[in-house]
Design a protein around this ligand. Sequence first.
Ligand SMILES: [Zn+2]
Length: 373
Amino acid sequence: MQMRGSEFIQRFNQYCPEWLAEEGDPIGLHIGTLNKEVDRIMMSLDVRPAVVAEAIDKKIDLLIVKHPPIFRPVSRLTTDDVQTKMYADLIKHDIAVFAAHTNMDIIENGLNDWFCDALDVLDTKYLIHTHTVKMKKLAVYVPHTDAKKMRQVLAEAGAGEQGDYQATSFTVNGTGRFTPNSEANPTIGSANVPEQVQESKIEVIFPETKQAEIEAAMLTAHPYEEPAYDIYPLDNLAENYGIGRVGNLAKAIPTDEFIAKVKATFQLEGLRVVYPHTAKKMIKRVAICGGSGEKFYRDALAANADVYITGDVYYHTAHDMQETGMLVIDPGHYIESLCKEKMVALFEQWKNEEDWTVDFFVSETSTNPFSFK
Ligand SMILES: [Zn+2]
């Protein structure tokens, strides 16, 4: 089945919603349009001239990236400047560019979870809280004979998910009473005649972020001209999200062995280590935040981490870190390139589910500016 760019991004956003990004993060569509058919989609960490050349060569229609390419406002679109020439080349070849950045770091089963999986870090939770999504409850009244269908529609729209349980609901049966006036066009009953119907009240919970689609699904499925329903906020239930992860190794391992494990896992030529003056001999509790997470090192300390793994550590911050007793490993920002294969594996899964005919590509270009000599 031919697919439009907007259709792919709709599926992408279900997994990695834009509202999960940090405030001011310029995610989303950066270049081109999603209002076109797409046959070839490529995943890259960055947009660099070599990536653009690869995309042109592979006849890519849509490029998905972790790092938003237009991070600062563009004041000129000249092709003599390397950065803006990339934008012009992408437009010239009708290659759309879409970025998911901090939302990919925060989402469950996202990049920081993949890092934990790669390093055998278990029992993980987020390191820094970023978002709370409140839960709401919908109570809808339908004729008894429509209750089963309504429960199904609500579950398909994503209502009733609670922990490891799906399609949860509560139904109570009762009597609905109404009198249609002469303007009404009632599904059941006649104008000006008091009516009573055996009705079911169905209650489901849902996150507030899904309200629009759940309400729309309910209204479409409801047989009545004027559906009766209530939506109310819940004080006792919420979903929390955060950036970075902290968890434990199955058993403590010597510090140098853990450093070697990080190096081998991410196939690094080298990495930087900030040894504390009072270095621990064993590592059990691991905190990690991909990208540039040095500003969160106190959160890693507060979470009792033996080691904090993050990129782009600054010299003076490293001095502060060294006094804490916590080991810090800086494997570089480029370990985030793990997202390329992981995302494309997800894309392939969606392709099977949705019966798309699109081809996906993992960018083969290394965009790591650093090397070790
Ligand atoms: Zn990054």
